[in-house]
Design a protein around this ligand. Structure first.
Ligand SMILES: NC(=O)c1ccc[n+]([C@@H]2O[C@H](COP(=O)([O-])OP(=O)(O)OC[C@H]3O[C@@H](n4cnc5c(N)ncnc54)[C@H](O)[C@@H]3O)[C@@H](O)[C@H]2O)c1
Length: 267
């Protein structure tokens, strides 16, 4: 049992992780600029604040063992907006964690850190979790920069840092792309549990996707730190549901988003 700080806890992934992590016996501190829904329950405390607000971070980090860093802009946007939230926010989070003596961080990177890898170079099981970044968007660039910050702080402060390349998150797979790159809520909770168990300092860039049949993701970097995903998108959906899924551009690992205009808010 540990005390975890979840930044961006009011978002989609944070909301899905909360019941799974409290059910595993953990205490949670929820940090977000907006109030979580559902409201805080047993073993949870909420700190309203921004990751760029040092006072809020220091209040949130009291008594914390491990940080689950999800706060940020989850899609393409203007450069300055993305860099302030995703890069500067992450730098401030790591600085605050280091000065509070918190030794473990798992942070949300993205498939878009490698989104411009051509599909022709992405045979099943062939893309390592720590493949050299090849971003498809300014968003993906900020995720690659977050990974570099993870390495810097792991080296300088002997922290255990996991940069988790999340694919297509959802309760259920919702596109053909997600059949290959789905990140199920239960598997993301398993990755948090693996991070809580890390005892050695170091930085690990891993695929935070499920065990999807035919996926290009090579899961071995995650398995080396105890992340053993269980779910398979193709097994979750029936044949009719799979056939009815919307098609997506598959020329690049980042799917349809890999061709969006740079620097323009995408939704
Ligand atoms: N959803 C996906 O499929 C997916 C895929 C890959 C990576 N990710 C990454 O996972 C993380 C969470 O994604 P999500 O889908 O839950 O996004 P979301 O937008 O639903 O949640 C993000 C949360 O962060 C909060 N936030 C934003 N800026 C903040 C700041 N400066 N300080 C404090 N809180 C702030 C928002 O209020 C929001 O509640 C993001 O970093 C995203 O880039 C998500």
């Amino acid at each position: 049992m540990a005390t975890l700080l979840i930044t961006g806890a009011a978002g989609r992934i944070g909301t899905a992780l909360r019941p799974r992590l409290t059910a595993a016996g953990h205490h949670l501190v929820l940090l977000d600029t907006r109030r979580p829904d559902p409201p805080v329950g047993d073993r949870e405390r909420f700190v309203e604040g921004d990751v760029n607000d040092r006072a809020a971070l220091s209040a949130a980090l009291a008594g914390v063992d491990t940080v689950v860093h999800l706060a940020g802009i989850p899609t393409e946007d203007e450069w300055d907006t993305l860099v302030a939230a995703n890069v500067t926010g992450t730098k401030n989070l790591f600085e605050a964690a280091a000065s509070a003596g918190v030794g473990r961080v798992v942070q949300a990177s993205s498939i878009h850190a490698v989104g411009r890898v051509p599909e022709d170079d992405a045979a099943p099981g062939s893309v390592p979790g720590d493949r050299l970044p090849r971003p498809d968007l300014y968003y993906g660039f900020t995720k690659a920069a977050m990974e570099l910050l993870g390495g810097l702080f792991a080296d300088r402060y002997d922290m255990s840092v996991v940069s988790a390349r999340i694919g297509a998150f959802g309760e259920r797979p919702s596109s053909r792309r997600a059949l290959l790159m789905w990140s199920s809520p239960d598997d993301l909770a398993r990755l948090v549990q693996a991070t809580v168990g890390l005892r050695e300092p170091g930085h690990h860039v891993v695929w935070a996707v499920s065990r999807n049949t035919g996926s290009p993701a090579d899961l071995s970097a995650g398995e080396a730190i105890g992340y053993h995903p269980v779910d398979d998108a193709s097994a979750v959906l029936g044949a009719d549901e799979r056939a009815a899924l919307p098609d997506e551009d598959v020329r690049f690992l980042g799917g349809g988003m890999a061709d969006l205009p740079l620097g323009r808010r995408s939704n």
